[in-house]
Design a protein around this ligand. Sequence first.
Ligand code: SAM
Length: 276
Amino acid sequence: MNAFDGLPPLRQVLEAHGLDPRKALGQNFLLDLNLTGRIARQAMPLEGATVVEVGPGPGGLTRALLAHGAGKVVAIEKDPRCLPALEQIAHHYPGRLEVVEGDALAVDPSTLCEGPFKIVANLPYNVGTQLLLDWITGPSWPPRWTDLTLMFQKEVAERIVAGPDDDHYGRLGVLCGWRTEAEILFDVSREAFTPPPKVTSAIVRIVPRAEPLPARLPDVERVTAAAFGQRRKMLRQSLKPVGGETLLGRVRIDPTRRAETLSVAEFVALANALGA
Ligand code: SAM
C-alpha cells in the first residue's frame, strides 16, 4: 500500500493490469506520486472543484487530484486496458471519479460536467496541441473552463507562451496570447516518465482572458495562417492572399516587417481590417 493514499504503488498497478506503455497512444506514464502531487497543486484551489482530466492512464495524476481534494474528476481515457486500474481508484474515492472511455479529440469537455471546471492533464504528445487548439478556439468566450494545467513537450510549451521576436512565436502563440494568459511553471525531465520520452517536458498554466481584444476567430486564424505560412517573407508578400499591402495600409503596418515581429494586438487589428 502507498502512504500517499492507501492505494497500491503505480509500478505495481502497471504490472497487475499488464499496462505495458504503448507509443501509439503517447503513453509516457508518471509513476512518482510526489511529482503528480506537485502538478495537481498547480491547479489549486482544488477543494470541491470539478476537474476534467485527459488520458488518466494508470491514474497517477488522477490520484493526486483526488487526494488534494478535487470534488469530482471526470477522466477521458482511450485505452480500455487502463479502465480496471481506474475503477480501483473510483472505488477508493466513492462518487468522485467518473471515467469516460473514448477519444478526447471527439469529446467537448463542457458536455461532461456542469458549471465551471478545470482541465488538468499529462497530455498524450501526439494529440496535445490539437486538444489545446480545440479548447482555446471554442465558439463562446470566455469558456466554461477556468484554467488549464497541462504537460507538453518543452518545445510546444515554448510555442504556447511565445511573444513577438521569439523564435517559437507562431500561430499557437498568437491564438494563446489573444484569448489567454499562459505561463510555463516548471520543466519535467525525461527520466520522470516511464518510458522516458525523447525530450524534456514542461507544465503550462493557461487562464482565459475575460475580455480578449474583440475580433472574429476565423479572421484571426486567416491572417495568422497567411503570415506564418511564410514566416521568413515580408508581410507584403506573405499576406498577399488576404489583401497584402492594401490590408497592411489600412492598419498602418510597415509592409516590410515579418510575421514574427507583430504583436497580438497588431494581428487582431489586421483580422478586423480583413472585411473593411
Ligand atoms: N495521466 C497519466 C500519467 O500522467 O501517468 C498518463 C499520461 S500519458 C502521457 C497519456 C494518456 O493519454 C495515456 O493513458 C493514453 O492512453 C491516453 N490517450 C492517448 N490518446 C488519447 C485520446 N485521443 N483520448 C484520450 N486519451 C488518450
